[in-house]
Design a protein around this ligand. Structure first.
Ligand SMILES: Nc1ncnc2c1ncn2[C@@H]1O[C@H](COP(=O)(O)OP(=O)(O)OP(=O)(O)O)[C@@H](O)[C@H]1O
Ligand SMILES: [Mg+2]
Length: 221
């Protein structure tokens, strides 16, 4: 068995890594072998090693330990949109160059692969391609992390609609409560539960261990 889950979000900085780490820990606790992959990362921790903190977090929480460059195709220095970062660094960023660099990780016999996207669903890689094309080419199942805050209903429903148009499979979504001051939080989550056909895999409260609030039983694989 090898399950490949692509983790996308309603926006950047809404908890894709937080949730990915939770999923890795949850699958680890159930005895699965796990491998986190972050194909494209922008922003580095320090100039001496050009490591990105998301890649490090996924590596740390995976049961299978592969070298950094095997679970990450591209780390760009500046935290900007990937196609702009690639232009700035004169790097050929495309679905083909990404797949080439992560093929060892993708073909590794780890039972669960958690592949974190970059930004939200419609993220350009270059003049003609978007990250969603990688998901289609690799036939990945998708989990949508909803950063629960004002505006998330619109972002969530548009993202789900775009996935449906692309023909990719949304196998579940997660409500990640990133804004502790949000009013009508539960009502917003209930609205999404009624409107999305994919199951809710959990509601992660603010500042709690994510793995305790997620379920893998409802995953529609
Ligand atoms: N449920 C939560 N409770 C508290 N803090 C959270 C929660 N979810 C995310 N955060 C924090 O919010 C910030 C953004 O989360 P995270 O890095 O997981 O987002 P992301 O979508 O992966 O961002 P990026 O687009 O940069 O990859 C981090 O500092 C993270 O620790
Ligand atoms: Mg992240």
């Amino acid at each position: 068995m090898s399950i490949k889950l692509f983790i996308t979000g309603t926006d950047t900085h809404i908890g894709k890594t937080y949730t990915s780490v939770g999923l890795l820990r949850l699958f680890n606790n159930h005895g699965y072998s796990t491998l986190g992959i972050k194909p494209v990362a922008t922003g580095i921790m320090n100039n001496s090693n050009r490591f990105n903190e998301d890649v490090i977090a996924l590596h740390k929480n995976s049961s299978v330990k592969l070298d950094y460059h095997l679970i990450n195709a591209f780390t760009f220095q500046t935290p900007i949109a990937p196609h702009l970062a690639a232009q700035q660094e004169k790097i050929n960023l495309s679905t083909a160059t990404i797949i080439d660099k992560i093929s060892v990780a993708l073909n590794h016999p780890a039972q669960i692969k958690i592949i974190e996207g970059v930004g939200g669903w419609h993220v350009p890689l270059n003049e003609t391609e978007m990250m969603e094309e990688l998901v289609r080419i690799l036939a990945l199942d998708v989990i949508l992390v909803v950063g629960v805050r004002l505006g998330c209903l619109n972002h969530t429903l548009l993202s789900a609609q775009a996935m449906q148009t692309s023909g990719v499979k949304l196998v579940g979504w997660v409500a990640n409560c990133i804004d502790p001051s949000m009013t009508f939080q539960q009502e917003n989550i209930d609205t999404l539960k009624k409107r999305l056909t994919a199951p809710c895999l959990g509601i992660i409260p603010y500042c709690e261990e994510p793995e305790h609030y997620l379920t893998i039983e409802k995953l529609q694989l």
